[in-house]
Ligand binder design. Structure first.
Ligand SMILES: Cc1cc2nc3c(=O)[nH]c(=O)nc-3n(C[C@H](O)[C@H](O)[C@H](O)COP(=O)(O)O)c2cc1C
Length: 195
C-alpha cells in the first residue's frame, strides 16, 4: 500500500478572495489520492515574531503551528507579491517556524514555492526572495518547476478549479516533484531536485 503523504499549504494572504489561497485549494484538488494537501488557517492570529515569547512564554498558536508543521511531510507556500517581495504574513510565519535556531521545523523540510498575482509576472520577484529566505531556514526547496501564476484573476473557474490547461500541467508537476523530494528525504538520499 502506498504511504499517505501529508502536505501543508501556507498562503501568504488571508484576504477572503485571496488568489493565493485559491491556488492552494486548486492544488489540493489536483493531488493524487495518496497525497493530502491541507491549507493552513489562522496564520493572521500569530503575533509578530518576538524572541521574548520563546521558551515558556511561547504563545499557544505558535506551539500548535510548530507541532502541525513538524508532523507534515512537506510544505507548499503560495504568497502574494507585495511591493516586489513576499507578504509580511509569509515572513512572520516562516520566522516563527525557523526557531529554535537550526532545530526549527522548517529545517530539512521539503518545500515547494508558487504564487499568484493579477499582474503578468505572477510573483517572479517575490519567489526569488522567498528562495533566499528558505535557504536560511535550511529547508529543502524544490528548484523545478518554477510556477509563476500571472493573470491569476482569470485562471480559476466558478468552482475554484484551475482552468488554464498549460498552468494546470505545471501545478501537477509541482506536486509530483515535491512528492519525489519527500520520498527522497524519507530515504535520506541526496536529491537533485532541491537547491
Ligand atoms: C500593498 C500591495 C502591494 C502590491 N505589490 C505588488 C507587486 O509588487 N507585484 C505584483 O505582482 N502585485 C502586487 N500587488 C497586487 C497583488 O498581487 C494582488 O493584490 C493579489 O491579488 C494579492 O494576493 P491575494 O489575492 O492572494 O490576496 C500588490 C498589492 C498590494 C495590496
Amino acid at each position: 500500500m502506498q504511504q499517505k503523504i501529508r502536505i501543508l499549504g501556507i498562503s501568504g494572504s488571508t484576504r477572503s478572495a485571496s488568489l493565493n489561497t485559491k491556488l492552494l485549494h486548486a492544488l489540493s484538488k489536483l493531488a493524487p489520492s495518496n497525497v493530502e494537501i491541507e491549507v493552513l488557517e489562522g496564520l493572521e492570529k500569530l503575533p509578530f515574531y518576538n524572541e521574548d515569547f520563546e521558551g515558556e512564554n511561547l504563545p499557544g498558536s505558535v506551539a500548535e503551528l510548530r507541532q502541525k508543521v513538524g508532523a507534515a511531510d512537506g510544505i507548499i507556500i503560495s504568497s502574494p507579491e507585495y511591493n516586489y517581495s513576499f507578504s509580511a504574513l509569509t515572513k512572520n510565519t516562516i520566522d516563527w517556524l525557523s526557531r529554535p535556531y537550526s532545530k526549527g521545523v522548517l529545517s530539512d523540510m521539503p518545500v515547494a514555492i508558487t504564487g499568484a498575482s493579477p499582474g503578468v509576472l505572477g510573483t517572479v520577484r517575490s519567489q526569488n526572495q522567498l528562495r533566499q529566505v528558505l535557504h536560511a531556514t535550511n529547508s529543502k526547496v524544490l528548484s523545478r518547476p518554477e510556477v509563476y501564476v500571472g493573470g491569476a484573476h482569470a485562471k480559476f473557474d466558478e468552482d475554484g478549479a484551475f482552468a488554464d490547461e498549460a498552468g494546470r500541467d505545471m501545478l501537477i508537476q509541482l506536486i509530483d516533484n515535491l512528492v519525489t523530494l519527500i520520498e527522497q528525504t524519507r530515504e535520506n538520499l541526496p536529491s537533485e531536485l532541491a537547491s
